[in-house]
Structures are given as structure tokens and as C-alpha cells.
Design a protein around this ligand. Structure first.
Ligand code: B12
Ligand code: SF4
Length: 493
């Protein structure tokens, strides 16, 4: 008899914008040959708890595996898992992904979640599933965290597995057509992840705890084969790569670009400014020919000292960012730059220098897209930023219920975090600047915003932008309510 494993993806985005649940597809891949897997996607239904309970009873499933990011996904995962645990106390609940990797203690102390797997999930997940169904000790599985007699135990991490040694994602186990999106990349867009981790250690970034500075790529050949399969089967003309850093190895990027040239697929990926600046003109030309349309990069700050304090590493620097946006103009590939603003201890000074830097970028390459985040700490040993934050009175929640509160959900969204050093006046300054710049340079990712509305927004905001007068932009906010123009599209960085 084949056992069924239930996989739950808590809601992560607004209706109609759901992406393939890659985290769960990745772990499902290593068990799909021997187990039945059922995906329950909170993005596609109103009451996932009822669905989980119904499917667990119908299939006699022993295990519910859940992926959890901070933010709205966490906010749904907590009450749903509590409800499921109350209805089916014998169903084992396992969490993996970003939030559990960082905050396993608070999860396991709550009692509604039985186990956590940290870091790269595939190999430990396979062992866990086998032992739950066929017997054997659970507590010696690498990367596992669990509570016993009130104490939380964490096993050493499993060795990383190269991506090419892992099976392909089992797309046939869900209805992929429900995830084909319509975005600025094309009207048939899917998403894929081609690598795990990142070799750097920026101290505001959650990837460090997940991957311990390792970067494991799929080969260019394998990626191109997957893209071809997606095109043959679902007729895609756009693709989002959700890797933390797609571009670490130039030869992989160049080979992949060559392999997909001529397929008519426009693509988007994430990378580092300094890495991309080090690429040759030849590689940039190949990327351009292959359909690269926009690249997301963390510019982070307009101040080199702050970049150092963020431990940005490599050859990062404001001059490198300026040089890259200039260079990308030549290839017609849009830079999408994110900034982490409002760092302690002097968030006001940090914001002012970044605002000036953004204006400089826009002068060089007006097509540059901007994503403005507010600094929120992540657990990381030796992080100067976290140390400063702690000195200023910051502490993570002590219970899961606290994490589920609206205040901490806002914190996780990195827009209005309520951190002790981030005062209302500073927040207002960032939001006002954002209102003006988003009106003066409307994002290309908002496909509904065309022609006259674009012009109206630019005219109305022009004087403010030129005079650097961002205060009280009520007229822009009113227009925002009428035409709902929006911030640049991002996948969560
Ligand atoms: C795609 C994505 C999204 C998508 C949704 C994804 C989804 N699940 O539906 C969208 C665009 C909606 C999104 C939104 C947000 N996101 Co997001 N997102 C990502 C992104 C780019 C890729 C995640 C992914 O699919 N990776 C591919 C899979 C295969 O890898 P993986 O998730 O790491 O999974 C592996 C392991 O983690 C583990 N694992 C994961 N789940 C499970 C489950 C089990 C049971 C097991 C055993 C193992 C396991 O095993 C997997 C295979 O090895 C990551 C960055 C990144 N590249 O990882 C950010 C990231 C996760 N997002 C982040 C954030 C902050 C957000 C937002 C809050 C941003 C915002 N301000 O709006 C929102 C809110 C999310 C929400 N609504 O809850 C942060 C989290 C930061 C943190 N402190 O932990 C990240 C890390 C980006 C960053 N660098 O800061 N996001
Ligand atoms: S911010 Fe980017 S470069 Fe830095 S550790 Fe995170 S993923 Fe890597």
C-alpha cells in the first residue's frame, strides 16, 4: 500500500498571483516515486484547515509537511496547524523553510508543531518520511529539531546535496495550469528555482541561516531542459527564477542563455551588483539575446559605510551600482534595485543618503525599478546590526501567538516594522518619498497603468520631485486610490 503525505503551502500572495509552490515541490520530488503526495495550497482555497482535515481522514495520512515564510504565510500556518492538531492529534506536523530554520525554538515550544527541518530539506525529509511510515528513530535525523521533556534539541545539519543529484520536481502531482500567470514578462509565466543558497553573509538576510554560505546550482543544461519542458507542456513565454542568486557563476549564465535563445521566453532573476558588473560584454549580450528582461539586485544603501556594516561583502559599493545601471541601459535589461533603509542606530541619516543616491541612479538610468524595504533584524550570529538593534531594545517574539499578531506580521513584511529605533516621522519620510518617486517614475510591472494615467501621474508629481519636496503628498495618495497604481512587483526581497 502506498502512503499519502500531505503538503501544505500557506497563503503567500493575493488571489490570482499564486506561484508554483517550489519549496514543497522540491521536497515532494524526493518521495514522489514511493509515496502519494497531495498539495493543499492556501492560495487556492478559503479554508485550508478543513481541507487538510478532510484529506487526512480520507487518505489516513500520517504526516502533514508545511513550508513557512515569515509574514502572511506564517499568520495562516499558525491557526491552521493549531486547528488541525486539535482535530487530529495523531497527525504528525512538520515545518520547514525560512521561518522554522530561524525560529525553531518558539515553534517547538508551542506544542502544535511536532518537528522542524532546518536548511536544505530534501535529504532529511526523505529519511523523516521513511521513518514515520516504516519505523526507526526520528531523533537522529540530521537537520531535525524537536522538543523532548520540555527541552528543544537541534541535530547537526545534513550534508548538502548537489542539485543535479536531486530528482526533478513532480509537476504531474498538481495542476500546473493554475499557476500560469500573466505578468509584464508575458501572458504565460511560470517560476522555477535553479540553485540553493548564496555564498555571501549579509547580516540583514535570512538566507545565511538557511544555507550557511553555500551555493548549489543546477547545471545550465538541466535548467534549459526544464524550461523547454515548461514551454512544450504549458506554452510559457515568461519565466521568473526565484533563486537567491541566479548569477553566481558566469559560465553557467552564459551557457543557459545560449541554450534558451530563440525560444521567445522573457525572464527575470536575482543577482548581486558586483557579480553582474564583473561579467564580460559577451555574456551580457548573450543574456540580452536570450530574453533577460529585468534583474533584481540588492543595492541596499546609498552609503558605503552602511554597506560595510551590513557585511555586504565582495566588491559592493555605491560606485559599482552606478556603473552597473549605466551598463544595463546599453543592453535594455532593467535593473530592479532593492534598498534596506532605516538601519540603526541613525535611521534618519541612512534614509537621507539613500534618497540622494536613488535620485542619482534615476538620472543615469530612469528605467531602474526601486523596491524600498525597512530594515528588520534576522537571527544571525555576530551580526553588528542585530547587536545594535538588541541594544536599542529589540527582541523577537517569545510565542507563536505573538508572531501571528498583526504587529509582527507587519514587521515581517518590512514595510512598517514598529522597531524601537524606527520612529513615525522617519517612516512617514520614506513613504512620502516613495509616493512621489513611484508617481514620477511609474513601474513598468504595472500593466494596467498605461498612456494618459502615466502622464497624469508624472505631471502631478514632477514639481515635487524636482524640488525634492515630498511632504504631504495627499494629491498623489488620492490618485493612488482612484487608479491603484502600485509599487514595483517583487517576489519578496
Ligand atoms: C518565491 C518567494 C516568495 C513568493 C511566494 C512563495 C510561496 N511559497 O508561495 C511571494 C512573492 C509571494 C513571496 C512573498 C514574500 N516573501 Co518571499 N521569497 C520567495 C523566494 C524568492 C523564493 C522561495 C522559494 O520558493 N525558493 C525555492 C525553494 C525550492 O527553496 P526554499 O524555499 O528555500 O526550500 C528549501 C528549504 O528551505 C527547505 N524547505 C522549505 N520548505 C520546506 C518544508 C518542509 C516540510 C521541509 C522538510 C523543508 C522545506 O527545503 C527546500 C528544498 O531544499 C525567497 C528567497 C529565496 N530565493 O529563497 C523569498 C523569501 C523567502 N521571502 C521573504 C519575504 C520577507 C517575503 C515577504 C514577507 C516580502 C514582503 N515584504 O512582501 C512576502 C510575504 C510572504 C507571505 N505572504 O507570507 C524572505 C524571508 C525573510 C526571512 N526573514 O525569513 C525571503 C528569504 C527573501 C529574502 N532574501 O529576504 N515570496
Ligand atoms: S542579501 Fe543577497 S548577497 Fe547577501 S546573503 Fe542575502 S542573498 Fe546573499
Amino acid at each position: 500500500m502506498r502512503h499519502t503525505v500531505l503538503l501544505y503551502n500557506p497563503v503567500s500572495t493575493s488571489k490570482g498571483k499564486q506561484r508554483l509552490p517550489l519549496s514543497l515541490l522540491a521536497v515532494a520530488a524526493v518521495i514522489a516515486a514511493d509515496y502519494d503526495v497531495e498539495f493543499i495550497d492556501g492560495n487556492l482555497m478559503d479554508d485550508p484547515a478543513a481541507q487538510i482535515i478532510e484529506r487526512a481522514r480520507a487518505t489516513q495520512a500520517k504526516l502533514l509537511a508545511v513550508t513557512v515564510m515569515p509574514g502572511p504565510q506564517l499568520r495562516q500556518a499558525i491557526p491552521v496547524c493549531k486547528q488541525v492538531k486539535a482535530a487530529l492529534p495523531d497527525l504528525t506536523i512538520l515545518w520547514g523553510g525560512y521561518f522554522p530554520t530561524q525560529h525553531y525554538e518558539v515553534i517547538l515550544q508551542d506544542g502544535s508543531v511536532d518537528y522542524v527541518i532546518q536548511g536544505q530539506g530534501e535529504a532529511p525529509f526523505r529519511q523523516f518520511v521513511d521513518r514515520i511510515h516504516h519505523g526507526g528513530s526520528l531523533t537522529d535525523i540530521p537537520s531535525l529539531a524537536y522538543a523532548e521533556h520540555g527541552a528543544v534539541h537541534v541535530n547537526p545539519r545534513a550534508p548538502n546535496v548537489p542539485m543535479d543529484n536531486l530528482p526533478l520536481m513532480p509537476y504531474d502531482r498538481l495542476d500546473v495550469s493554475r499557476y500560469v500567470g500573466n505578468t509584464y514578462l508575458g501572458n504565460r509565466v511560470l517560476n522555477h528555482n535553479t540553485s540553493f543558497g548564496c555564498p555571501f553573509a549579509c547580516n540583514f538576510c535570512a538566507v545565511v541561516a538557511l544555507a550557511n554560505r553555500r551555493w548549489l546550482p543546477e547545471s545550465a543544461e538541466r535548467v534549459a531542459n526544464i524550461v523547454t519542458h515548461m514551454q512544450d507542456k504549458w506554452h510559457i513565454n515568461g519565466l521568473e527564477f526565484h533563486d537567491m542568486d541566479f548569477f553566481v557563476k558566469e559560465d553557467r549564465t552564459a551557457e543557459f542563455s545560449e541554450r534558451i535563445t530563440g525560444k521567445g521566453i522573457q525572464w527575470w532573476g536575482l543577482g548581486r551588483v558586483d557579480t553582474l558588473m564583473s561579467y564580460s560584454d559577451d555574456t551580457w549580450a548573450k543574456m540580452q539575446r536570450s530574453g533577460a528582461k529585468m534583474i533584481f539586485m540588492g543595492a541596499e544603501s546609498g552609503d558605503d559605510e552602511t554597506l560595510k556594516r551590513m557585511n555586504k561583502g565582495g566588491k559592493s559599493g555605491t560606485e559599482v551600482t552606478l556603473a552597473l545601471v549605466e551598463r544595463m541601459k546599453h543592453y535594455g535589461i532593467v535593473p530592479e534595485l532593492s534598498f534596506v533603509m532605516g538601519n540603526p542606530p541613525d535611521p534618519r541619516a541612512d534614509i537621507e543618503s539613500t534618497i540622494q543616491f536613488i535620485r542619482k541612479i534615476k538620472r543615469i538610468n530612469p528605467a531602474t525599478e526601486l523596491v524600498l524595504y525597512i530594515y528588520t533584524p534576522v537571527p544571525q550570529e555576530g551580526s553588528i546590526l542585530l547587536d545594535e538593534a538588541t541594544k536599542l531594545g529589540f527582541a523577537f517574539p517569545k510565542t507563536l501567538d505573538e508572531w501571528a499578531s498583526p504587529e509582527w506580521a507587519k514587521f515581517s513584511m518590512r514595510r512598517d516594522p514598529g522597531t524601537p529605533w524606527f520612529k513615525d516621522s522617519v517612516r512617514t519620510r520614506v513613504r512620502n518619498f516613495e509616493s512621489v518617486i513611484n508617481a514620477y517614475y511609474p513601474t513598468v510591472t504595472d500593466m494596467r497603468l498605461q498612456g494618459q494615467w502615466r502622464k497624469a501621474l508624472q505631471m502631478l508629481s514632477g514639481w515635487r520631485y524636482r524640488m525634492e519636496y515630498y511632504q504631504w503628498p495627499y494629491e498623489l495618495k488620492a490618485l493612488q486610490r482612484v487608479i491603484h497604481y502600485r509599487r514595483p512587483e517583487t517576489t519578496g526581497f
